[in-house]
Design a protein around this ligand. Structure first.
Ligand SMILES: Cc1ncc(COP(=O)(O)O)c(C=O)c1O
Length: 412
């Protein structure tokens, strides 16, 4: 099993941090990168838009400035992570913005296409956006229910795709179950969409950083996600991939995505580069300084190795889950498992809070689910200690007696 504790700042006082699925730990290189942001701002001021030292890939000799940073990080870090070509990826402030851009583009709705198909397991960044744009544009949002087992029903999703479908949205990893769709399942959705001339978009938020992703192999037309979680890039750092050759002109493009931004024309002019059209107003550059420090650690090790490690750690956690007699809400099979495990347990909120008092950080949902993601900084001992503690707590009912310390915070 990997032990990359020395590459991250660990909780202080020492604790078992199992919440990579909601916000990764801080890589040790982040403070220096933030000092570089401060120095660039202080020393260069407005000129930083045109040029700053290349802190991200100093060996490359590439020129970089705040203006081009969203595309530069897209080419140098996001595209290799996704198995994509240079020129197809761009940083976004959040996934919501990426989805708004996709849905606002008129091209997929040409020739009377008036439906967007998605699953009821999509995150609100997708579900809300689809419903908002359905009202604005007048298309039908077609939400496909999960199967009776609570997992994605790929057959039902494919059956919902018709010649009226403009877009199909699906999560690579379901945020309520941790179910990871296999490349084969994603390809079958892509092929069905393409057979009907519809476009296929994948929300890869929970796959990012913990999985091997190949956007070409899964035939995605668009793929988006964020670096906040297992990729340890913190907030403000999402990304979007648009397949080479796909022409989209988002109606929400801002002046940073305009073909002639300093012409300040009254009428927008789509940028020749499709990905650049997905920029809105002025880029928030500070977050781009810490964006890829976590990816750097994971790329050093290799995503295949990170995935194998994640499977070994979740396997150990599942064995202990079964031994304690708890029900696993996430898939049992390795190929359908993500980094996140969800356990069904009564009074999950109290258990989560009590675990926190024992310096074990998990997360709970609906007082019924305990969520955890043993990741690259966790050891086998961390996992054993977690389950020893859960076992003891449940057996003696300690969590029910403990005072409420800190309410479980918002974690997604
Ligand atoms: C599947 C999924 N999509 C999107 C998001 C977040 O999107 P946004 O960047 O819009 O906050 C999350 C956050 O937890 C998520 O789990």
């Amino acid at each position: 099993m990997l032990d990359l504790r020395d590459r991250f700042f660990l909780p202080d006082p020492p604790a078992v941090e199992l919440r990579a699925f909601t916000h990764g730990l801080m890589p040790k290189t982040v403070p220096a990168m933030m000092e570089r942001f401060v120095a660039d701002w202080r020393e260069r001021g407005a000129d930083a838009w045109n040029g700053v030292p290349n802190h991200w890939m100093p060996e490359s000799g590439d020129e970089v400035g705040w203006w081009s940073l969203p595309e530069y990080l897209g080419d140098r870090f996001i595209a290799p992570m996704l198995g994509a070509q240079a020129g197809t990826c761009i940083m976004q402030p959040n996934a919501h913005g990426a989805v708004q851009g996709l849905l606002s583009a008129p091209e997929p709705f040409a020739h009377g296409r008036n439906e967007v198909v998605f699953t009821e397991a999509e995150f609100p960044s997708v579900q809300h956006s689809v419903r908002q744009w359905a009202a604005l544009r007048g298309f039908l949002p077609r939400s496909v229910p999960l199967g009776p087992d609570g997992f994605m029903d790929v057959g039902a999703l494919c059956d919902a795709i018709t010649e009226r479908t403009a877009w199909v949205f699906v999560s690579h990893v379901g945020f309520t179950t941790g179910e990871k769709l296999t490349d084969g399942a994603l390809r079958s959705i892509a092929d069905t969409a393409h057979d009907h001339d519809a476009l296929f978009a994948v929300d890869g938020y929970h796959a990012t950083g913990s999985s091997v992703i190949d956007v070409e192999a899964i035939r995605a037309d668009a793929y988006f996600g964020g670096l906040l979680k297992e990729a340890c890039g913190s907030s403000g750092n999402a990304y979007l991939y648009i397949r080479e050759g796909l022409n989209l002109t988002p109606a929400v493009a801002g002046w940073f995505g305009d073909a002639d931004p300093f012409g300040f024309h009254p009428v927008p002019q789509p940028h020749p580069s499709v990905r650049r059209r997905f920029l809105a107003g002025t880029t928030a550059v500070a977050s781009l300084y810490h964006a890829v420090e976590g990816l750097r650690v994971l790329v050093d090790v290799g995503f295949e190795v990170v995935r194998v490690d994640s499977l070994a750690k979740t396997e150990l956690a599942i064995q202990r889950t079964e031994a304690v007699g708890l029900t696993l809400r996430s898939p049992r099979e390795a190929e359908r498992r993500s980094a996140m495990l969800i356990l069904e347990v009564e009074n999950a909120g109290a258990l989560c809070e009590w675990l926190k008092t024992r310096h074990i950080y998990t997360d709970s949902r609906q007082d019924r689910y305990l969520r955890m993601a043993p990741f690259v900084w966790n050891t086998a001992d961390d996992i054993e200690r977690t389950f020893d503690t859960i076992e003891e707590g449940l057996r003696k009912g300690l969590h029910l007696r403990s005072e409420r310390h800190e309410a479980a915070g918002p974690a997604t």
